[in-house]
Design a binder for this molecule. Structure first.
Ligand code: ACO
Length: 452
């Protein structure tokens, strides 16, 4: 029995900052970001948007697009690292969103939960849902990946920001792609990128005399910042270490002695920015070619210089154009979606081949997922017969072209949350309506509404 992704949808911000404008404002050569990292635009959430609205819009589009009934949805598993609450998962908000759509008490049968492991939480959710459908072939599950990738102003992460959500229907006999049960994992507890909770004094936040916080009795408050603590170059080292190990384990698992990736029409990796995969893959490429590994050996003193030189070779450039470029297209126009990035890479690849009239049916795609902290999972999928019609429904490249550019001042205002009116008037989408003010804490329940 085949199991996999039967339908897919996404939601991204309507606003974007041209990366050139950010580069100029930060005194960085635009060509470094455009040609070095592959960045062109950075998706920017509007005032009324958060990780829940992106998830709500992606799942609503999926339900409408596939004419799903409540009984078609037995699980909603969310991969996210942008949870709004340490107790109530985003999945719980989505149950309410779907009840609003289908009617009261229509979703009480549905299991729902969030999974968090930085950017790989969505792959963990997918793996769980595939196993669920394997056990219950007549049931379906929805995987949602939603995040806002926000970094501190002036940090090296700033130009890799982005946001958005993916929603995928997991079912038997899938139209888009099927997966077998072989998954290789490599995991190690490290601090390359994380979002610690902090205990801070009220005075330190400057809110002692702020009316809205009068009811907060404690002098110390636990907060967490949306922006991570991270070490960029170290996070790249962790990315390479984990993906190389998981890739080699996948080779052992599948007992493939030759070059594994040659079985894959495209390689879909986690893309925190467009060129991450092409920059991180050379070590795998070299280790997978015995003749190259003899020339470029890990024991060489100048190993990294040799790897870098190889990454600029014509052989490697041709390999990039064939296996990575289709997935990079959407990433360069959105930026990092954290958990959604790998699945946006999949959608970008499929939409690119649909546009170029290439038939991918029965071809294999390789997946190298990564989440900081750190974990990699490697697996492969087979493209199914209905893929072209299924991905055409998303109108990915048309949606990407219809975004609204903002200027650097507006970007600063949105980043610092100094703007209170939406830049683009919401239409046919879920928006954040209000945040309840409770007696003891300003931050109470969050309420959402659909704007028709
Ligand atoms: C969150 C995760 O997924 S963990 C894995 C990734 N980590 C992150 O995303 C954390 C947040 N991001 C960051 O910290 C940073 O943006 C990083 C680490 C991704 C990039 O760091 P930077 O110091 O800005 O860039 P770095 O020096 O590594 O690379 C710049 C690239 O531009 C190239 N470049 C620089 N100037 C130019 C130029 N004028 N013309 C063309 N290319 C240029 C460089 O050669 C280099 O590419 P190469 O290594 O392929 O040759």
């Amino acid at each position: 029995m085949k199991i996999g992704i039967d339908a897919i949808s996404f939601d991204i911000p309507k606003l974007q900052l041209p990366i050139k404008d950010l580069a100029i404002a930060r005194n960085i050569e635009p060509v470094k970001l455009e040609k070095g990292l592959g960045l062109l635009r950075m998706a920017m959430p509007d005032v009324h948007q958060d990780a829940i609205t992106f998830a709500a819009n992606a799942i609503t589009k999926l339900v409408q697009q596939e004419n799903l009934l409540p009984t078609d949805i037995n699980r909603i598993y969310v991969g996210t690292e942008s949870g709004m609450d340490a107790s109530k998962p985003i999945a719980s908000y989505l149950l309410a969103i779907l009840e609003n759509f289908f009617g009261e008490n229509t979703m009480t049968h549905c299991d729902a939960v969030d999974l968090t492991f930085a950017c790989i939480g969505g792959v963990d959710a997918l793996q769980n849902c595939i196993d669920f459908v394997r056990l219950h072939p007549n049931q379906k599950a929805i995987v949602v990946c939603t995040d806002i990738a926000k970094y501190d102003l002036n940090s090296t992460g700033e130009y890799t920001q982005g946001a958005g959500a993916m929603a995928m229907l997991v079912a038997k006999d899938p139209k888009i792609i099927s997966f077998n049960s072989k998954i290789a994992t490599s995991a190690k507890g490290v601090f390359d990128f994380f979002k610690p909770h902090r205990i801070v004094k009220k005075e330190a936040l400057g809110i002692t005399n702020n009316k809205a916080w009068q009811g907060v009795l404690e002098t110390e408050i636990e907060i967490f910042k949306e922006q991570p603590v991270f070490d960029g170059q170290y996070s790249n080292d962790c990315y390479v270490e984990r993906t190389v190990e998981a890739y080699n384990r996948f080779k052992e698992l599948t007992e493939i002695k030759a070059t594994l990736y040659e079985n894959w029409k495209a390689i879909i990796m986690h893309l925190p920015y467009s060129f991450q995969a092409r920059r991180m893959f050379p070590e795998i490429y070299i280790s997978d070619h015995p003749e190259l590994s003899k020339e470029i050996s890990k024991s060489d003193e100048d190993y990294f210089a040799k790897v870098k030189a190889f990454s600029k070779s014509d052989t490697y450039k041709a390999f990039i154009a064939e296996r990575f470029a289709p997935a990079e297209k959407a990433s360069s126009l959105i930026g990092n979606m954290y958990t959604g990035s790998i699945f946006m890479g999949l959608l970008s690849t499929l939409c690119y081949y649909a546009k170029t009239e290439t038939d991918l049916t029965n071809t294999k795609l390789g997946f190298l997922a990564y989440g900081s902290g750190a974990k990699s999972k490697v697996f492969e999928g087979t493209v199914e017969t209905g893929w072209k019609e299924a991905v055409a429904k998303t109108e990915l490249f048309e949606v990407l072209e219809a975004t609204t550019p903002i200027n650097i001042d507006l970007y600063h205002g949105l980043h610092k949350k100094e703007i209170s009116t939406s830049i683009v008037t919401p239409s046919k989408e879920w928006v954040l309506d209000s945040i309840e003010e409770t007696e003891v804490n300003k931050l109470g329940a969050r309420y959402y509404k659909y704007i028709d």
